[in-house]
Design a protein around this ligand. Structure first.
Ligand code: DC
Length: 255
């Protein structure tokens, strides 16, 4: 009992040190539908950090491209397509606002809340193509790095620990069995009333995993200093405990 209390005091102390650290940045990368955002939101609540969903930004640009008939290149067209993406991107303003009813931050594009629309299957099927465009990545990475200047941030995505914040304090790389991920995503979408099939979700996740990790511009990679979190058999609480343990160990290593 005494030892357990002592352990809890140590963990609380490390969390306190983390809270006092003004510029802490936590980068969470990994495959599609691994629960990155669920973990990032929980950490943001626990450690009083700002959560930024970088995938939502790529999804918002994709929605804008689809709505405005901006060409979405297939991987094999990427090097030959003649379109001035830089000019198109100049018309897009992306920002996040807190929804005070749900407590979560929601994404806006040119002043319009698109949080729900960006989760559609059509956006999911095109987002990997759009996020392979160099001009799109440069623009979004610059905005993400700007968010990071304020510190106290947890951001999830595919290139956060490698490109956006290569000096992040904590880097987590998430993975899980692909069927388990597809089942979780299918249940989530069905619960929201979105009509789809398990097979469609499985294909979309597998295709995005492949495309995201094989593109030329900052592909999905595990940073050499990232901690791997395979959550195939872990619940949310176990994942949070794992990251808090990593924070504690990092503090020990750094001290
Ligand atoms: O996290 P998500 O599944 O909502 O992300 C949607 C897509 O956006 C993902 O398939 C690849 C792209 N993405 C990216 O290229 N880089 C990021 N930092 C975040 C997402």
């Amino acid at each position: 009992m005494h030892i357990k209390n002592l352990q809890l005091t140590f963990v609380a102390l490390y969390i306190l040190i983390t809270l006092l650290k003004p510029n802490i940045i936590i980068a969470i990368d990994g495959y599609s539908s691994c629960g990155k955002s669920t973990l990032a939101k929980a950490l943001a609540r626990r450690l009083h950090l700002i959560y930024v969903d970088s995938g939502a930004m790529y999804r918002a640009i994709t929605l804008y491209f689809l709505q405005n008939k901006i060409p979405v290149p297939l991987p094999e067209q990427l090097d030959t397509i003649k379109f001035d993406y830089d000019s198109a991107l100049r018309w897009i303003k992306i920002n996040f606002k807190i929804n005070y009813l749900t407590g979560s931050s929601e994404i806006y594009i040119n002043g319009k809340n698109v949080e729900r629309q960006i989760r559609s299957i059509e956006v999911s099927q095109n987002v990997s193509h759009v996020s392979a465009i160099k001009a799109v990545r440069e623009r979004l990475v610059a905005i993400q790095q700007e968010f990071g200047k304020k510190g106290r941030i947890v951001m999830d995505g595919r290139d956060i620990g490698t490109t956006v914040f290569p000096h992040a304090d904590i880097k987590i790389f998430m993975t899980a069995n692909v069927e388990v991920r597809a089942k979780r995503r299918f249940d989530e979408l069905t619960a929201k009333g979105i009509k789809t099939t398990f097979e469609e979700i499985l294909k979309n996740i597998s295709d995005r995993d492949y495309e995201d990790s094989h593109r030329k511009e900052s592909p999905l990679r595990q940073a050499p200093d990232a901690f791997v979190l395979d959550n195939t058999f872990l619940d949310e609480q176990e994942q949070i405990e794992y990251v808090l343990k990593v924070i504690k160990e990092k503090s020990l290593i750094n001290s």
